[in-house]
Design a protein around this ligand. Sequence first.
Ligand code: THU
Length: 155
Amino acid sequence: MKHQITLHYRTYENWRENSVIPKEIAERLEALLNTAHAPYSNYPVSSVVLMESGAMIVGTNQENAAFPSGLCAERVAVLAAKAAHPNEAIETVYIMTGESEREPAAPCGSCRQVLHETELRQTKPFELILLNKTHNALAFTGVKGLLPFSFTLPR
Ligand code: THU
């Protein structure tokens, strides 16, 4: 028997000209690109996590000479968000990359695993919004679809 998986997502055109991405958050993401620690890749990434209370937690990629020891921006932000607000749900995860040559980059596999398991800690899915400075934004309601057949421990 054959099966098929469908992924729904939205694009936000001209997101700078309308308020679909709150101005404060867009400015924060852009400013954070200047403080990312990406001396090896020269590929800065920023992330803002918006909690249901309105609290904002930020992250940037933090690279390390021992390559696997560094962390992606969204993992820094999401894990810090849950450390500071363990019982609060995440409303939205924003990720912005410093490049503009193509559509916004999507999270790596390890980050998808972390995003997915973090989402399982709350009842409501969160919004994931991918951005760069020039292209349409990509928006996903829930991250489950980005990691089909994800690993979870048996309950
Ligand atoms: N990176 C992120 O921080 N988030 C992503 O979604 C994709 C990749 C970082 C990892 C590394 O510091 C740099 O981008 C280039 O791979």
